[in-house]
Design a protein around this ligand. Structure first.
Ligand SMILES: Cc1cc2nc3c(=O)[nH]c(=O)nc-3n(C[C@H](O)[C@H](O)[C@H](O)COP(=O)(O)O)c2cc1C
Length: 232
């Protein structure tokens, strides 16, 4: 299998939210796409291990918020690398409720859709929910949406195990660079800090060792602090 070919499939990045009346939660998804125009229907592929999956099954409702290209690493880290099984993700996040009562994330988002599920298809590790859009709102007409390619190439993000696009590269030997400085891996999201590349988004020039990064430097992918990193 040539995994590079999979990276040529284009996606956006979204926060999918749901509630069962008692708990509200959401997760980051790249799989969300419009399947029909009339009525407007959208499909998502949700891992059955995701806490949000149960909430969607119970309520038969979910919302999709489209992430802004300049979304904070902390927002992606919160919704994409942590689970509502352990924490309250909505504690300090800007959100609203659609007319249906479904929670809708506004933080770092530029448009949203509220959806009512009308079909569930079991696809092994994931469930595909096909839903009709019942309400929507454009929050920022001028902002660009975050694409999966931008997230991978510019934000240096990776997809975790529960994402349908996860690629297991663990048997591969890490590629050598001309740097002799040690690389460090984020234990939360898998991002690798490579001193030969630096971290352009945070203004860290190539050639800066991990040890010399400022103490308040955080993972550009998920916002975790330096303590979450270990040498590879
Ligand atoms: C870039 C990215 C893309 C993701 N895409 C999906 C997806 O399409 N479907 C999915 O089920 N999980 C996806 N995930 C994983 C979930 O967001 C992640 O497992 C989350 O922690 C689940 O949260 P929950 O348990 O609170 O529902 C993705 C994560 C990231 C970072």
């Amino acid at each position: 299998m040539d995994f590079e070919a999979f990276y040529k499939i284009s996606y956006g990045l979204y926060v999918i939210s749901a509630s069962n009346g008692k708990k509200i939660n959401g997760y980051i998804a790249n799989t969300a796409f419009q399947v029909t125009a009339s009525p407007p229907q959208i499909a998502i592929s949700c891992n059955t291990d995701n806490f949000t999956c149960g909430l969607i099954e119970q309520s038969k409702k979910f919302s999709i918020s489209i992430l802004n290209q300049n979304a904070k690493a902390e927002t992606i880290g919160l919704f994409g690398y942590k689970s509502g099984k352990d924490i309250d993700k909505f504690e300090s996040i800007d959100y609203t409720k659609a007319q249906s009562g479904t929670p809708v994330v506004l933080e770092d988002c530029i448009a949203w859709f509220d959806c009512k599920v009308n079909q569930v298809i079991e696809v092994g590790s994931h469930k595909m929910f096909i839903a009709t859009i019942v309400e929507n709102n454009l929050l920022n007409a001028d902002a660009d949406p975050l694409t999966y390619e931008y997230y991978r190439k510019v934000k240096k993000g990776v997809a975790p195990k529960n994402a349908p696009t996860y690629i297991d590269k663990s048997p591969e030997t890490p590629k050598e660079t001309d740097s002799t400085m040690t690389k460090y891996k984020c234990l939360a999201c898998g991002y690798i800090y490579d001193p030969a590349i630096g971290d352009e988004e945070s203004g860290i020039e190539p050639g800066i060792a991990f040890e010399d990064l400022p103490d308040d430097w955080t993972c550009p992918t998920c916002g975790s602090p330096k303590e979450m990193f270990e040498a590879v």
